[in-house]
Design a protein. Sequence first.
Length: 91
Amino acid sequence: MADVWIMTNGMGEGEEAWKSGVQAVVLPNRKVIAKNDMDKELIEEQIKEAGDISIDELFYYLEGLHKSPYHLGTVVPIEEAKEYVKLSGGM
């Protein structure tokens, strides 16, 4: 798996949701790109708490932490993530 993990604001569906919904992206090298410092720090702390696990396990762990209606987590292919970030106006 090991594509990228995306946190969205969970609002709306389809392409319209992505236009404003991408909050953060975690890359396979564990680098976090986020729209604001608070989200970036939160996810970096969650990655640190997860410890030394594989990237697939980390994405699964993050997805489990972000299941609220307002901040959803999902793993998507890198090319798809690039499109989502583009639609959301960039990071």
